[in-house]
Design a protein around this ligand. Structure first.
Ligand SMILES: Nc1ncnc2c1ncn2[C@@H]1O[C@H](COP(=O)(O)OP(=O)(O)OP(=O)(O)O)[C@@H](O)[C@H]1O
Length: 229
């Protein structure tokens, strides 16, 4: 059988949430969705349609109810939580809307903390080089409170890439950046992912951002669950 052309492939993925009253709320029912190595893909869709749930499922942060999530030889859906955590630490970077940096630590320390849960020895030079690559070579020793929000997001991107992941998941990474600096963050994300040979799956509400991408998927087009929002 030929090798899969996909970096990650979802087949018949279903994800439900259970409401406090016991009612089951279907969120995702995706027959097929895939990302190829090095692809840069935007996911858009209305509020509440399940975009974050999709990213969490691919990251293994939340277990799916049925179906398959396949990374090459690894069947993520078959791994227990500890296995998914280990897989994520070594293979997936995640960038959040709110950066999630630790306030007591410098930019360099925050990036190095990204290496905590991997086999990779803490590599100061790699962390510093990535900060340089995202344009923060002059801010290594700044704490988050002494950085602009754009600089904080750049630091978060460096942290997400420090373990040389194969896939970067970015959940509305420009939502908290002022409009004047959003484009810089998008450009930086695209360039650094390209340079590091990392595929990117980005959720964004911004048409200005999604219009720049060749691969744009409206979640409603691949998700059979209707009326979530
Ligand atoms: N842990 C949870 N328990 C129950 N319902 C949840 C849970 N997490 C999310 N939901 C619901 O699942 C739906 C999808 O949420 P999700 O965050 O994936 O949407 P989204 O498309 O990312 O939304 P937005 O664009 O507003 O960020 C929402 O209706 C939300 O209320």
């Amino acid at each position: 059988m030929p090798d899969s052309p996909y970096l990650v492939e979802l087949k018949n993925v279903q994800k439900n949430y259970r409401q406090p009253n016991g009612e089951v709320l279907p969120i995702l029912d995706i027959e097929h969705f895939a990302v190829r190595p090095g692809d840069q893909v935007v996911i858009r869709g209305r509020s509440g349609c399940g975009k974050t749930t999709l990213l969490h499922s691919i990251a293994g942060l939340t277990p799916i109810d049925s179906g398959e999530i396949i990374f090459g030889p690894v069947k993520l859906h078959k791994l227990a939580e500890a296995g998914r955590d280990k897989f994520r630490a070594n293979n997936i970077g995640y960038v959040f809307q709110t950066f999630n940096l630790l306030p007591a630590f410098t930019a360099l320390e925050n990036v190095m903390l990204g290496m905590t849960f991997t086999k990779r020895a803490k590599d100061r030079d790699r962390a510093a080089a990535l900060l340089q690559e995202v344009g923060l070579g002059h801010r290594l020793n700044h704490k988050p409170s002494h950085m602009s929000v754009g600089e904080q997001q750049r630091t978060a991107v460096a942290r997400a890439l420090v373990n040389k992941p194969v896939l970067l998941l970015a959940d509305e990474p420009t939502a908290n950046i002022d409009p004047g600096h959003q484009q810089q963050v998008v450009d930086m994300l695209r360039e650094v992912c390209h340079h590091e040979n990392v595929a990117m799956l980005m959720v964004t509400h911004s048409p200005e951002v999604s219009n720049q991408f060749e691969h744009v998927v409206a979640l409603e087009e691949v998700n059979r669950v209707v009326g979530v929002a």
